[in-house]
Design a binder for this molecule. Structure first.
Ligand SMILES: Cc1cc2nc3c(=O)[nH]c(=O)nc-3n(C[C@H](O)[C@H](O)[C@H](O)COP(=O)(O)O)c2cc1C
Length: 210
């Protein structure tokens, strides 16, 4: 079966129809539209969503380094990618590197492990804002974090945790040009544990069935 956007009903998946937008529609494509740019206003809107996430004691222990295709910074991030990510990540016009404040920087500190917790929540806000304004995102951990931190000048007080590929969903023509492995990643079945598998009712081990 050829892979077309019609055959690609990636979201919502069965069980996810009850979600509110933009959670309902969010998914992580592995084929972006290489020729469709992302505007600075859109990037600013994503960063604003990230900045408005709640955090422990309002410490806001996160930082984002935005890189755009065609720049040395973008190429530096691409140069650190794992083999599995080196095909699909560069199809996105914007790569954002997310870092958590695990040390002290300019008088500010995170709250221990909660810096990592807070960064994850902030990234969730960023990715949902991206979805809400018509973009897609796909996070990735498969890159050399230290090399990326050095190339982008990230201070030691910040720990690079993930990259976020952002762009517009690739069309059939982009899918047709993608490598087989990336198309497989793009079209893989999206599954989740159910609410009764991740939720307990009153005590550990009693599935939430409500
Ligand atoms: C912190 C983090 C790291 C990830 N690293 C990778 C990665 O290196 N390569 C990749 O293809 N996807 C990566 N993903 C994407 C997940 O595989 C994806 O979110 C998951 O399969 C669920 O799919 P969905 O986002 O479409 O719901 C990562 C996601 C997160 C949150």
């Amino acid at each position: 079966m050829s892979v077309t956007q019609e055959t690609l009903a990636r979201a919502p998946r069965p069980g996810a129809e009850v979600l509110a937008e933009p959670m309902r529609s969010r998914w992580s494509p592995a084929v972006f539209a290489t020729d469709a740019p992302v505007g600075d206003d859109e990037i600013a809107s994503m960063l604003t969503a990230a900045a408005w996430a709640p955090s422990t004691g309002n410490t806001q222990p996160w930082a984002y380094i935005v890189t755009r295709v065609g720049t040395a910074a973008y190429d530096a991030v691409v140069g650190t990618l794992s083999n599995g990510n080196s095909g699909w990540v560069p199809t996105a016009p914007v790569l954002i590197v997310a870092a958590a404040l695990t040390g002290e920087w300019e008088g500010r500190k995170g709250m221990g492990d909660y810096a990592l917790y807070d960064l994850g929540q902030s990234v969730a806000h960023l990715t949902l804002q991206a979805q809400a304004i018509g973009l897609h995102s796909h996070q990735f951990a498969g890159f050399d974090h230290d090399a990326a931190a050095a190339a982008l000048g990230v201070p030691e007080a910040y720990r690079v945790m993930a990259g976020i590929a952002v762009g517009r969903l690739g069309g059939d023509e982009h899918v047709a040009r993608a490598a087989e492995g990336d198309v497989a990643r793009h079209t893989k079945d999206r599954t989740r544990l159910g609410a009764s598998e991740v939720g307990y009712d009153g005590a550990w081990g009693t599935p939430f069935t409500g």
